[in-house]
Design a protein around this ligand. Structure first.
Ligand SMILES: [Zn+2]
Length: 298
């Protein structure tokens, strides 16, 4: 059975062989220790490519893979990382050539495809939930806000930076833009807004009735509803999944209530929202699934 390789580069590198929309063997990570974060900060792209090849060798594949998919943060077009605020060393790097080059030295010529990390999460969620035949979108609520779309299409899709408020005081987005979704919902942005509270404490105190936190929790949900409504108005209704380490703060009832206020056109009513587990395993599967589809398109 032909297999592909899924690779995700975020705070660390995760690699696995993938066949039939599932991981074969186990997920390999570098570093293995989950408590080490930001392990790739400032590490040159060439070194990261070498680490990937070393991890591929650990997989002990019986034959070379038929395709390799890589998911990583940033604006990715035609295999080139046009910008990556969280991994700045990749800006301007032709990642497809870099990875294909180092892989060729060990495994021979294998087609390599590079995707945004939120898009591979969307493909992974579609694959593990049997939704590969339809449009799905995934919000990843973490340090920043990821927006992934499956099937993969050419475009920018940086909907985490959707403008959801005209208030010029909303300036906490990691990109520096005013009024952005990430500036309200992102983990980093919440810490900057509440210098005295961690995000989990904000939502605990909101549940306990603290006025400032209650107001913020409403704003947080309204912001996600607004960006989702914009996506529905541009790209149509359908299934939205929410994942990431802050997805547990989502109150789906409140989110749906706000969304009903924002989406009124009757052909756009067939949408639904669901909170799902994501993580590296799902994203790695998605990277391989997207690469397989890209290879089949030729
Ligand atoms: Zn932004």
């Amino acid at each position: 059975m032909a297999h592909g390789i899924g690779i995700v580069i975020t705070e660390r590198i995760a690699v696995a062989a993938v066949s039939e929309n599932a991981i074969v063997g186990r997920l390999h990570t570098n570093p293995e220790d989950h408590t080490i974060s930001d392990s790739l900060l400032g590490v040159p792209a060439e070194n990261i490519a070498q680490r990937i090849v070393a991890m591929l060798e650990q997989l002990n594949l019986p034959e070379p893979p038929s395709h390799i998919g890589v998911g990583m943060p940033g604006i990715v077009r035609n295999g080139i990382i046009e910008d990556s605020p969280n991994l700045v060393q990749f800006k301007g790097i032709h990642m497809r050539e870099l990875v294909a080059g180092v892989v060729a030295g060990k495994l021979g010529k294998v087609p390599v495809y590079i995707f945004n990390d939120a898009d591979v999460m969307a493909a992974g969620v579609a694959a593990v939930r049997g939704h590969l035949d339809r449009l799905i979108r995934v919000w990843t609520l973490g340090t920043g806000i990821g927006y992934g779309r499956y099937p993969h299409g050419d475009g920018i899709w940086e909907a985490g930076h959707s403008v959801v408020t005209l208030d010029p005081k909303e300036h906490f987005c990691g990109c520096g833009g005013r009024g952005h979704l990430e500036g309200i919902m992102g983990h980093r942005a919440m810490r900057l807004r509440f210098m005295d509270l961690e995000p989990d404490e904000i939502f605990e105190q909101a549940a306990a009735g603290d006025a400032r936190c209650v107001e913020f929790a409403k704003l947080w949900h309204r912001a996600l509803a607004a960006a989702t409504a914009t996506s529905i108005h541009l790209d149509g209704p359908g299934k939205f999944f929410i994942t990431g380490f802050n997805a547990g703060f989502v109150n789906l009832g409140l989110l749906n209530e706000y969304l009903h206020e924002m989406v009124k056109l009757s052909p756009l009513q067939g949408y639904s929202l669901e909170v799902v587990p994501g993580g590296e395993t799902v994203a790695v599967i998605g990277a391989a699934v997207n690469a397989l589809q890209a290879a089949e398109r030729g």
